[in-house]
Structure formats: C-alpha cells, structure tokens
Design a protein around this ligand. Sequence first.
Ligand code: GLU
Length: 292
Amino acid sequence: MRITRVAALAAAATLALGITACGGDDAEEGAGAGSKSFAAGSTMERLNKAQAIKIGTKFDQPGFGQKGLSGKPEGFDVEIAKIIVKELGIPEDKIEWIEAPSKVREDVIANGTVDLVAATYTIKDERKERVSFAGPYYEAGQNIMVKKDDSAITGPDSFKDGTKKVCSVTGSTPAEEIKKYVKDVATQLVLFDTYDKCRDALKGGQVDAVTTDNVILLGFIAKDEALFKLTGANFTKEPYGLGVKKEDTAFRNFINDTLEKAFADGSWKKAWDGTAGKFGAELGTAPTVNRY
Ligand code: GLU
C-alpha cells in the first residue's frame, strides 16, 4: 500500500515537473525501456514502456515511403519517423509499418490503428479538425507529370479546355486543388487510392497527366526517366507534417523538439540526402516548426 502511494506520488511529481527525456548515451543508442523517462501518462511514456510503435506511411512513393525488397518501407518520411522513434528510446526493428494511403490518414490516427503518420502529409486546417500535426519538416508543392514527348500540357491551366484527363489520389490536397482547373471533373479527373496506379495509367495512356506533390512525381520520374517529365513550376505549397492524435499536445511538442534537434544536428539533412534528395529536389533551409 505504502509503496503504491510513494510510486503514485513520484509519478505525480514527474508529471507536475513536466520531466521528459533524460538524454545520455543510452538515449543516443535509442534502445530499451527505461533508457529514457517521460511524463507519466504521456504517449511517449506509453510507447517507450511498450517498446513498440505503429507508424502509418506510404508504400508506393519512391524517395518518401516505398516498400523495398526487404519488405520494409524506405524513404525520407521513413527516416524522419525513425529519428522520432530513436528519441522515444524504441529500437527501429520494433516499428510496425502500416500502409496509410492519403484517404485513410485521419481515420487511422483517430481510431488508434497507428500512433503516428509520416506520409507526405500536408498540414491543413480541415485536417486539423480530426488530427494534430507536428512539423513541418519539409515543404513540397503541387506539380504535374506528363509523358516526355507531351507538349500540350504546360501547367494546370491546360486542363481548362476540357479535353485532357488527369489522375490523382482520393483524399489528397492535389485532387482537390486540380478541380479548380478542370472544366469537367466527371470526365477529366481520374482518382485512385495510390499514386503508383496513376503512374501506371499515364504509362498505359489511359490518362494524360498525374498531379500531386513535385517530390512524389520526381520519385516516379527517377525510376522512369525516359518516359516522364514535370511540366513546370509548383503551383501550391505543401508543408509536410507528422500526424498524431488530435490535441495530444505533449506528443506534438516532443516531436517538434525532436525535429528541431534533427534540423540542427545534421540528421535531417542526412535523411534527405540518402532518400528523396537523390531525385533532384532541393531540401532548402530547415522549416520553422509550427507550434499552433
Ligand atoms: N501532400 C499532399 C497531401 O497530403 C499530397 C500527397 C499525398 O497524397 O500524400 O494530400
């Protein structure tokens, strides 16, 4: 009884003081429950104690999240997620990767299927009604990919004449944005659940273009350089955030702190250089995290 009370008081004191990670060498290795301590009752404490985390990412996007031959996803989003996981004191092999196509991201966060989403996920006010975002950790922009010999499509305005078909993904910001340009949504806009299906439709000639973030398209172009190209300049801003349960402010702050550390210590740049950075997009300077 007495021990229980003492433990409870200690837990309450930890919470009151807002004690978070204790750092140290063990922390650098990022392994082991108890190698770090987190505020009692926090998501960080729960995950560290469980020594397990479920992360939603893409499986079809080269450079950001693509399932490799190892059966594990690879890319910039995956590396960013690993930086967070290390800071939680959880070994990398304890991550369960769950495919999170654009349309399901809010659902899988809200219903607890995943603890975190790292999936080319634009921070958007409408999405903030259901989830919260840490970040941004990168800023992409919407663009258009066409066949290399196409000279008819030069930007979003090219869809205004009603003749060209464009493919995007359900539940994505580019699918919404392009509706402002197409003359007839019903006949011109083709939607799939993943971008690799759009790429295949462009390859097969069923659509004339694919639209989404420039960096996703650059990943496809890198794999098929003889076939595809971008049309022109980006026409939106897509700041990428990490999605967490709505109002989990402590977890969001922890991720934002971890991102700021990664921006400063070179691990953010290293993550980029080894993944999407190989495909021709610029990393730019580190964004300012938005602690809204
Ligand atoms: N960044 C955009 C979004 O979050 C497009 C990429 C995607 O669908 O993942 O909707």
